[in-house]
Ligand binder design. Structure first.
Ligand SMILES: *Cc1c(COP(=O)(O)O)cnc(C)c1O
Length: 370
């Protein structure tokens, strides 16, 4: 190899050299520093505007004196609580440093150069990154009405396909799949292909035919369901999520998992949060009202949006959204541009507190009038 000094790119695995990193929502502190302002509003990362519930906060406070010790690497209490919540065995649970970590564990365990992995256009940006980071080949199915087209996805699955990724509901579109089509899709996928159903926003959905696919694990042993504490449970900063699957799949995922991937505060808070039904109820109710407020406000401005069952809504600006995003930032409002999803005219708005939603809508009205 003809190596030029410090050409580190040439040293990287070729698929890593071509990888584009994930772009997170801009932190509040960063915008405040840049503009020299205070009380910026962040509606960019689908966080819970209520934050953690009282049970999670108390559990974390009680742990302060034990932080000198490593966490329980097996996550015994949290896996037991999750197993009880889902009516499964603790052996079915894989804990992750966020559900993103579980998605990554799945990629590292089952993908490699020469195998394929299928996801949908406009699906969560982490799937292509997880696939490419391990050198597997991505196959992208075209979306239908911004959502997953299960027939198009099925058409891309072959003997080389090891993992197919489905977000239900999907981020950033807020679209969702009903039980019947999703179940027949699972029935049609070959047993040699794992199906990951990412249910990060499941708590927010109030549709009668929306599935809880954790109930399907015995019927479909190639199914892995992922959940997170980052959204409805309000614990985004702690980084904690999990997978539920056949214990034999979980055992493989646990081989590549870092021994202490979920920290002690996260384990304690999540163990308390999973039984805090009242906090989830208040969160979902706030979101329902906020979604109504934002939808009415957008419609009043003559803007179209993709109907969403999540805690966010994606707006079609009908012109390049980058300038609108910039103008909102200047007014202290952080939302999420979606050009990296192939949606350059769209902005995704997380539903916040009533006052935050109102500030967003009035800033947007100003920007649209200008
Ligand atoms: C936010 C989100 C996640 C959760 O990520 P964490 O790593 O648990 O914070 C997973 N999937 C989708 C589709 C999401 O939008």
């Amino acid at each position: 190899m003809n190596y030029a000094d410090n050409d580190f790119l040439a040293l990287a695995a070729p698929w890593v050299a071509e990888l584009t990193p994930y772009v997170p929502g801009k932190p509040i502190s960063e915008l405040e520093r840049e503009l020299g302002i205070r009380n910026a509003v962040k509606l960019a990362s689908n966080e819970n505007p209520l934050g953690p519930g009282p049970k999670a906060l108390a559990a974390m406070a009680a742990l302060a004196n034990e932080l000198g010790r490593y966490p329980d690497g097996g996550g015994f209490e949290l896996r037991r609580a999750l197993a009880e919540f889902h009516g499964t065995s603790p052996a079915a649970i894989t804990l992750g440093n966020g559900s993103n970590d579980v998605l990554d564990l799945i990629a590292r365990t089952f993908l490699q150069p020469g195998v394929e992995s299928v996801y949908s256009e406009f699906a969560f940006a982490v799937y292509p990154i997880a696939i490419q980071a391990v050198g597997a080949t991505a196959r992208v199915a075209p979306a239908r009405n911004y959502g997953h087209d299960l027939n198009a996805m099925l058409a891309l699955i072959n003997e080389q396909t090891r993992v197919v990724w489905i977000a239900n509901p999907n981020n950033p579109t807020g679209t969702w799949l009903a039980a019947a089509p999703l179940r027949s899709f699972l029935g049609a996928v070959p047993k040699s292909c794992l199906v990951v159903i990412d249910e990060a926003y499941t708590e927010y959905v109030n549709e009668p035919d929306f599935p809880d696919t954790t109930h399907w694990l015995e019927t479909f042993p190639n199914l892995i369901v992922t959940r997170t504490f980052a959204k409805a449970h309000g614990l985004a900063a702690l980084r904690v999520g999990y997978g539920i699957s056949d214990p034999r799949l979980a055992e493989l995922l646990n081989r590549v998992r870092q021994p202490f991937n979920v920290n002690a505060l996260a384990q304690a808070a999540a163990t308390a949060a999973i039984s805090d039904r009242e906090h989830v109820r208040a969160t979902v109710e706030l979101n329902r009202a906020g979604m109504q407020q934002v939808s009415v406000g957008l419609t009043a401005l003559g803007l179209e949006f993709i109907p969403s069952v999540g805690n966010f809504v994606t707006v079609d600006c009908k012109r390049p959204a980058a300038a609108i995003n910039e103008a909102l930032l200047q007014r202290g409002i952080i939302v999420r541009p979606l050009a990296n999803y192939g949606l350059p005219n769209h902005l995704r708005i997380s539903i916040g507190l009533e006052a935050e939603n109102a500030r967003f809508l009035s800033a947007l009205a100003e920007v649209c009038a200008a």
